[in-house]
Design a protein around this ligand. Structure first.
Ligand code: ADP
Ligand code: MG
Length: 477
């Protein structure tokens, strides 16, 4: 039924979708996961893609399914879902249509104004059913893999783990709230889902709601828009366990904070358990109302520290067992040694080598692991600091290091300072305000301006651009 003249524009659209994904996810992830996708056809409102293995399909569907669908929909408003089949695209159209698996993304084709909630993106795999949270109407789905059984305990997280377990198992409230905090990818969400899973199997009559702070706000704003705040309040205040993830998201969002504060108080007053996570301890949460901050710290505040080598190794071993693949101990040790940032990246690296070996049918060795992950490893090999950048740049332009922090605005020092800010933005993961602070307590808008200015200069002055690239390579070492 496809008219052949539509084929061309479909290809062009696909190229654009891929191009955008590529710039969004980066070259490495693109190569590993998205490049191997083949477009088979667009059939009415369904985009049919294929990929070589089941593992790849599941990964792509769960990590990029939503985004693929959104991007396609921007290209073509009538697209409702994406299907990814497993199989050789060259073997002809029939082979893949036998058992295509509809990407999870297709379940969420809710139009904008629909009263139905669109599920948030979750990392749940396509195979296992996403277990429903008890608060089906207002909560978010739980990832079936995020259980206590799958959580590896070590020194950095033992306290948070013990507190979470206590909350899940206690018969009366041990403390309220439980406040979990730690850097990204260290297991906060995992522990919260674990609490919810455990309660839903052991105390099925209890109502547990888990959702992200972002979603809480979204629901609140929508309730206001539809003048339905009463039922919003009632829903939240009728739960036994309320878990809100990544509450730093509330920073500066005053009316949401206010509403959350009331919900929170109402629940605590009625002896319902509240569990909160954030990337910082309560007193460090910026742009958060004082009374809320102090109230958040009333129960137990448990932090998850960065991982240690031992913990990383145990996590890798446990994940390899779960994936039922044999990975030489040397490879696991290598990964645990090299990828120290967080557990999510560690998992990502492991998944990548497993997928790759499945794809090309070769066993996993230290050599091919090093080769496959070299981009990732280079980045995590060295953590470039702002201090180093400032030192290098000051040397290069022959100014004093103290001028990086000084208020002097003469061009001779201001431009090098801008260059250093620019490199700090490019080469570290620091935020604009953090960078500003390192440059004598400057405002984040100053840093933003510097980044823009240097970008402009680079674009118009080839000599300058070369100079910056040279500096960059020197700093990268
Ligand atoms: P956060 O919410 O702190 O950013 P997540 O809970 O999403 O981090 O964890 C990131 C990934 O790392 C998840 O896939 C999670 O299962 C895994 N993970 C983190 N800590 C552990 C652990 N101790 N044992 C097993 N898996 C872990
Ligand atoms: Mg999280």
């Amino acid at each position: 039924m496809n008219s052949s003249d539509a084929t061309d524009s479909t290809e062009v659209r696909w190229a654009r979708v891929r191009g955008r994904l590529r710039s969004e996810v980066g070259e490495a992830a693109f190569k590993s996961w998205l490049k191997p996708l083949t477009l088979r056809q667009v059939d009415g409102d369904v985009v049919r893609l294929s990929v070589a293995t089941r593992f790849m399909r599941d990964w792509v569907a769960s990590h990029y399914g939503d985004r693929l669908r959104e991007l396609w929909r921007e290209e073509d408003g009538k697209i409702g879902s994406i299907e990814i089949a497993v199989g050789d695209p060259l073997a002809g159209r029939d082979s893949g249509s036998a058992e295509p698996t509809r990407a999870r993304a297709s379940e969420q084709a809710a139009p904008d104004k629909s009263p139905r909630e669109t599920a948030p993106s979750s990392t749940a795999s396509l195979d296992g059913p996403i277990s429903e949270s008890l608060g089906r109407d207002i909560g978010a789905p739980l990832d079936p893999r995020f259980t206590f059984e799958n959580f590896v305990v070590g020194k950095p997280n033992e306290m948070a783990h013990a507190a979470a377990l206590r909350v899940a198992d206690a018969t009366s409230l041990p403390f309220n709230p439980l406040f979990l905090y730690g850097g990204v990818g260290l297991g906060k969400t995992h522990l919260m889902h674990a609490i919810a899973h455990r309660i839903s199997t052991r105390k099925p009559d209890k109502r547990v709601i888990y959702l992200s702070a972002e979603k809480f706000m979204y629901r609140f704003v929508r309730a206001m828009r539809y003048k339905d705040t009463m039922s919003f309040k009632e829903q939240f205040r009728a739960v036994d366990f309320l878990m809100i993830d990544d509450i730093q998201f509330f920073s500066g969002k005053d009316s949401t904070q206010e509403e959350f504060f009331h919900t929170f108080n109402a629940l605590v007053d009625e002896n319902r358990q509240v569990v909160i996570s954030a990337d910082k301890p309560p007193f460090d949460l910026q742009r958060m109302e004082e009374r809320l901050r102090s109230r958040l710290g009333w129960g137990v505040v448990a932090d998850i520290h960065p991982t240690t080598y031992e913990l990383r190794l145990s996590i890798l071993q446990s994940k390899a067992d779960q994936l039922r693949v044999d990975i030489p101990p040397k490879v696991l040790e290598f990964l645990a040694h090299k990828i120290s940032s967080n557990v999510r990246e560690l998992e990502g690296a492991l998944n990548r080598i497993v997928a790759h070996s499945e794809l090309i049918g070769r066993e996993i060795t230290l050599e091919n692991t090093q080769e496959l992950l070299h981009d990732l490893l280079r980045a995590s090999d060295r953590h470039i600091t702002i201090d180093e950048i400032q030192k290098r740049v000051a040397e290069h332009f022959n100014i004093r290091l103290s001028d990086m922090h000084s208020p002097r605005r003469a061009r001779a020092v201001a431009r090098p300072r801008q260059v250093a800010m620019y490199l700090a933005k490019q080469l570290t993961t620091r935020s604009l305000p953090e960078i500003g602070r390192k440059f004598g307590g400057r405002d984040h808008t100053t840093v933003m301006h510097a980044v823009k200015r240097i970008d402009q200069l680079r674009a118009t002055d080839a000599g300058f651009a070369e100079d910056i690239d040279l500096l960059r390579r020197m700093v990268e070492g």
